[in-house]
Design a protein around this ligand. Structure first.
Ligand SMILES: Nc1nc2c(ncn2[C@@H]2O[C@H](COP(=O)(O)OP(=O)(O)OP(=O)(O)O)[C@@H](O)[C@H]2O)c(=O)[nH]1
Ligand SMILES: [Mg+2]
Length: 303
């Protein structure tokens, strides 16, 4: 139906990689722009582990956002893979959207990000996020001055992904920087990620939000069954939470199973919202000793 898209003169399209330090608000910004939850969010750094594509349709333009894991100095094999994913997405882009947390400026992560993106032959837009938390606007000017001394930007836009401030200005700046070209995706498409993948991500998000210490970082989620029932109304999902050590199992299950139940209920609600179907979600917990150091396990879990 929408597959054969007519070419309109002056139409703009392209890939916009969102890059930044962990916790800068990249995934929040993507979801807010799309008006749908596609990428998972938590207040802990290193929530996103994959490239997540989000397609934004505007009159005369199609912006294909690529949310990426935060860039930091990785120490273990899993994080080396994850940061590689983010850096790979930078070189593939038509436009780079650098997202920085203006409320918690951090010089070492500014240096790291600017080193990764300097030398790129593509327009770079700087989004200063979380301005809702910045009372003293002089701080924004300082951050802008610091960044402008390092790199030349096509635009600098202060935004709040959480509140939704100045997002239209950001979109306009991105469209200006995009090359002319036809839309790559049909108009009704928001992401190329499979529902099954996003379901696993929703479960991982609940682990990030509800558990502390090392548990979120030691967890991976795989979906074993993802089945539509005969009446096509209900979805049965079986998923496994993989952890590294026996001691972590008790924490994720919780007292009388309360933690696992809460993770399951909150993830199910998100999956129901996404699919518009009733969902039966069954969670299992498995220990895969030190999987973050095991190249095969890292690959098996999709990283
Ligand atoms: N106050 C405020 N908080 C924000 C804003 N944008 C994001 N946050 C919060 O910042 C935290 C991190 O947001 P994420 O969207 O997960 O950040 P990220 O850059 O995707 O992080 P990683 O995936 O770990 O790289 C969450 O607690 C968000 O609610 C904002 O504009 N204002
Ligand atoms: Mg993220």
């Amino acid at each position: 139906m929408t597959d054969a898209v007519p070419q309109t003169p002056g139409f703009k399209s392209g890939y916009v990689t969102m890059a930044g330090a962990p916790n800068a608000g990249k995934s929040t910004l993507l979801n807010r722009i799309l008006g749908e939850k596609i990428s998972i969010i938590s207040n802990k750094p290193q929530t996103t582990r994959h490239r997540i594509l989000g397609i934004c349709h505007r009159p005369g333009a199609q912006i294909i956002f690529c949310d990426t894991p935060g860039i930091f100095i990785p120490k273990d094999p899993l994080n080396i893979k994850i940061v590689d994913t983010a850096c790979g997405a930078i070189s593939d882009a038509d436009v780079l959207l650098a997202v920085v947390d203006a409320a918690h400026p951090d010089l070492s992560s500014e240096t790291l990000l600017s080193e990764k993106i300097s030398g790129l032959k593509l327009p770079i837009i700087l989004a200063l996020n979380k301005v809702d938390l910045v009372a003293d606007k002089g701080i924004l000017l300082e951050i802008i001055a610091r960044w402008s001394a390092r790199l030349a930007f096509a635009a600098v836009v202060p935004v709040s992904a959480l509140v939704g401030t100045q997002l239209d200005d950001l979109i306009d700046a991105i469209i200006r920087a995009l090359p002319e070209g036809p839309p790559y995706f049909p108009e009704d498409m928001l992401t190329d990620a499979a529902e099954r993948f996003i379901a696993a991500e929703f479960i991982r998000e609940k682990i990030f939000r509800l558990t502390g210490e090392e548990i979120p970082y030691a967890s991976a989620v795989s979906v074993e069954t993802y089945q539509l029932n005969a009446d096509r109304m209900r979805l049965s999902i079986e998923a496994t939470i993989h952890l590294e050590r026996d001691s972590q199992k008790g924490i994720i299950i919780g007292k009388n199973g309360a933690m696992l139940k809460r993770i399951g209920t909150e993830a199910r609600q998100d999956i129901e919202r996404m699919t518009g179907r009733r969902v039966f979600l069954k969670l299992f917990v498995r220990i895969q000793k030190n999987w973050r150091k095991d190249a095969k396990a890292i690959e098996r879990f999709g990283y």
